[in-house]
Design a protein around this ligand. Structure first.
Ligand SMILES: NC(=O)c1ccc[n+]([C@@H]2O[C@H](COP(=O)([O-])OP(=O)(O)OC[C@H]3O[C@@H](n4cnc5c(N)ncnc54)[C@H](O)[C@@H]3O)[C@@H](O)[C@H]2O)c1
Ligand SMILES: N[C@@H](CCC=O)C(=O)O
Length: 523
């Protein structure tokens, strides 16, 4: 058993302090000097492997800038990585749990030292402002620290309780699954990327990690940290590439034991389907862990503190431009306070500054052309589905820089069945819905197929308790924003079409990557 203090989440950097802003700006300069323009090859069996074709990472806030490149894995690379990982698994599965956990703790220590570099890189690569980048890197450190400690409870024989039976020893062993594929999104390209790799790895599995096409550099940065921390060759195979090519190949492959996927509902459901089909030579049912999208709502009733509600709405809707699965994309307000809440919400949102991540703007550019086009199409739809109260334009430039800029947008009086109220837009666009009363508000909140995050701003104990029981989401928040779950504090994940409710950063998350063996010895 390793000797560590109890897990405590990282605190966040206070960017109201000028010295912290100055430190961030120094890190931006360092990253511009040392990491921008860098190329990350694949890592297969501990070797750096380059490819003829490359993937480019563009700065979304200034699309004339190529931030850097990664290799682009081919099917042959994916096949080699899979075979190599199975070889590495033979050794890795025999490591003591605490020895594996030490590698995560060492990686966390390195990341703590390089915290601002990781932040600055994300400001440039995906347009995160300082606080959003910092919260994410803190989460990445937390995942490493938390999963290292969680692993302890699965170590050895008898890690789960069984009932005593006279004349026998009975016990449960948690054993790793084998080799899996981890496919991650671009919106939390540091924390989710590393959390989805570290958890199966510490449990004794080997993992092929496929980062999102738009955020390969921060992924490469994190892989370097894991290797520096001492991860043996083949345990983590780094395979930047195209989802439809190598992602499809690996999720279909007979040799893939498990898939951990975070991304859109459409891709997730497709993977779920192909993974369910047994391929020739396949000897297991693939384990699939899915974290998908959301259409998350916050309700404000007539008993709420309106200032608390409006602050929560602005933070939940526009943090990282609404590009969070947890983002408040529906604000449901009871009729009695509708005008007061909506007017205050619009005024607060109007004050948000649009600009680059490096300038620490409140709202920056969305990640890529595809997102820009998709969000723009919802902006075109908006006037026919409600009243555009703020924004509504996609200028595609800001301060003389061409980028994927969308104005923070609020659309009032959207009907519950409208596309704006049902489909995940994944940008700075909020639909406001008017509810007759509290019961109607709760019914509206539950009228989607998703079930990820939700919130209630109310001072009615009875209603909060009703929401606790009946609001159909995996993460429910009262009288605060509905984003920003902290590892170990608010285990995260949704149900219904939002995923398999696997609860990243929760006490049982590692069990997703293990199987149990019951062993009985008659004395
Ligand atoms: N529930 C959560 O915890 C959570 C967290 C973050 C993001 N998300 C969701 O992720 C989405 C945004 O991320 P995105 O745009 O990167 O999602 P996406 O589904 O487009 O892509 C996610 C990953 O899947 C890969 N991929 C694409 N097609 C594939 C295929 N056929 N086979 C295998 N892999 C394939 C991509 O290359 C990428 O790495 C949103 O819907 C958001 O809600 C959910
Ligand atoms: N865990 C993050 C959301 C991750 C999805 O994008 C939050 O709680 O806001």
């Amino acid at each position: 058993m390793i000797k560590v203090q109890d897990y405590r989440p990282q605190s966040f950097i206070d960017f109201t302090q000028p010295e912290n802003v100055a430190a961030y700006q120094t890190a931006l300069k360092k990253v511009r000097a040392e990491l921008v323009g860098k190329h990350y090859p694949l890592v297969i069996d501990g070797e750096r492997v380059d490819t003829a074709e490359k993937l480019q990472s563009l700065n979304p806030c200034d699309t004339s800038e190529v931030v850097g490149t990664t290799a682009k894995a081919t099917i042959e690379d994916a096949e080699r990585a899979l075979q190599g990982a199975w070889k590495a698994f033979e050794g890795w599965k025999k490591w003591d749990m605490d020895a594996r956990a030490r590698i995560l703790l060492k990686a966390a220590a390195i990341l703590k030292r390089r915290r601002l570099e990781a932040c600055a890189l994300m400001s440039i690569e995906v347009g995160k402002n300082y606080a959003e980048a910092d919260v994410e890197v803190a989460e990445a450190i937390d995942f490493l620290e938390y999963y290292a400690r969680s692993a302890m409870k699965y170590a050895g024989f008898g890690s789960s309780e069984t009932t005593w039976f006279e004349g026998e020893e009975n016990g449960l062993m948690s054993i790793p699954l084998g080799v899996g594929v981890s496919i991650s999104p671009w919106n939390f390209p540091c924390a989710i990327f590393i959390g989805m790799a570290a958890a199966p790895i510490v449990a004794g599995n080997c993992v092929l990690v496929k980062p999102a096409e738009d955020a390969g550099l921060i992924a490469g940065f994190m892989v370097d940290i894991m290797l520096e921390a001492g991860l043996p060759a083949g345990v983590l195979q780094f395979l930047p590439g195209v989802g439809k090519e190598i992602g499809e190949y690996l999720t279909t492959h007979a040799g893939t034991r498990f898939i951990t996927f975070t991304g859109s509902r459409a891709v997730g459901l497709h993977i779920n389907e192909v993974a369910a089909k047994v391929q020739p030579g396949q000897k297991w049912i693939k384990r699939v862990v899915m974290e998908l999208g959301g259409k998350d709502a916050m309700i404000v009733d007539e008993t709420a503190d309106l200032d608390v509600a409006v602050t929560a709405a602005v933070q939940g809707a526009f943090g990282f431009n609404g590009q969070k699965c947890s983002a408040m994309s529906r604000l449901i307000v009871v009729d009695e306070v509708y005008d007061a809440v909506v007017n205050a919400f619009v005024e607060r949102a109007r004050a948000l500054k649009v600009g680059t991540g490096e300038e620490n703007a409140n709202v920056t550019a969305v990640v890529n052309q595809m997102s820009f086009d998709k969000i723009s199409s919802y902006l075109e739809l908006a006037p026919s589905e409600g009243t555009v109260l703020l924004g509504g334009q996609a200028p595609g430039e800001c301060g003389g820089k061409k980028g994927y800029y969308i104005q923070p947008t609020i659309v009032g009086d959207v009907e519950r069945g409208a596309r704006l109220a049902q489909e995940e837009i994944f940008g700075p666009v909020v639909s406001v819905l008017r509810a007759k009363d509290w019961q109607d508000a709760l019914a509206i909140a539950n009228s989607t197929e998703y079930g990820l995050t939700g919130g209630v701003c109310s001072n009615s104990r009875e209603r909060l308790e009703q929401a606790r029981a009946e609001f159909e989401v995996g993460n429910l928040y009262f009288n605060r924003k509905i984003t920003g779950a902290i590892v170990g504090v608010q285990p995260f994940g949704g149900y219904n079409m939002s995923g398999t409710d696997s609860k990243a950063g929760g006490p049982d998350y590692l069990a997703n990557f293990m199987q149990l063996k019951t062993v009985t010895e008659r004395w």
